[in-house]
Design a binder for this molecule. Structure first.
Ligand code: ATP
Ligand code: MG
Length: 195
């Protein structure tokens, strides 16, 4: 299968976790995942006051988004990827991130939008799962903004972000800038747009 820029290929063990063994093309896989994600989003909509900033919720959301397609949905990766920290550090890194985000909210360290975008970037930088990190981290950033901070979600244009093209290149470039501690490109690209 071919992958767009900034995607992380699966290792053979992870590929073996596909619940539909006859899938051959990325298009077929995308389709299956998309149906699962729609179910996951319906599950999310039913969660009225979830505590988004817990390991339990972070994993449960991944499970709801990808669990019909992948055996390992909702479980942290245990293989190295080109993006992300060493697998054995994931649980601690997530706990530190969730603590940081709570602190940012409580002390209004950043605007809600910036908190959402920093949360998103840190999640994909840690790269919790074997796959689906980008989609999961976009959805959970919006869940934090909408359900916990009562703010507008980010307009990610998610379907177009998943394919190669200018929108994705700018998004990946902004994440790479954020990897260096500079969040301006990410903030510019995903600023609140008035309707
Ligand atoms: N240099 C980087 N720093 C931080 N995050 C990155 C970097 N490059 C890519 N990413 C993130 O990793 C994601 C890809 O990881 P993964 O393949 O697990 O997610 P996905 O949901 O399957 O893919 P996609 O986001 O393309 O739909 C990208 O969408 C992006 O969010
Ligand atoms: Mg992927």
């Amino acid at each position: 299968m071919d992958y767009p820029e900034g995607a992380t290929p699966l290792d053979p063990n992870e590929s073996a976790g596909l619940k539909f063994p006859h899938i051959r093309t990325r298009g077929e896989l995308d389709q299956l995942e998309q149906v699962n994600i729609q179910d996951g989003l319906r599950w999310l909509a039913r969660q009225k006051n979830p505590d988004v900033l817990t390991e339990q919720f972070v994993r449960q959301l991944h499970q709801q988004l990808f669990g019909e397609v992948w055996e390992w949905a909702g479980t942290f990766r245990n293989t190295e990827k080109s993006i992300g920290i060493a697998p054995e550090q994931i649980a601690v890194a997530l706990r530190n991130l969730l603590d940081d985000v709570r602190y940012w909210i409580e002390h209004e360290v950043y605007t809600p939008r910036e908190i959402g975008l920093r949360f998103h970037h840190s999640l994909v930088k840690v790269h919790l799962f074997p796959n689906g990190n980008g989609r999961h981290a976009r959805i959970i950033a919006d869940a934090l903004l909408e359900k916990n901070l009562h703010e507008k979600p980010v307009d990610w244009s998610d379907r177009s972000l998943q394919n190669a093209g200018r929108h994705r290149s700018e998004y990946i470039a902004a994440l790479k800038r954020a990897d260096t501690g500079d969040y301006q490109a990410l903030l510019d690209k995903f600023s609140v747009k008035e309707l």
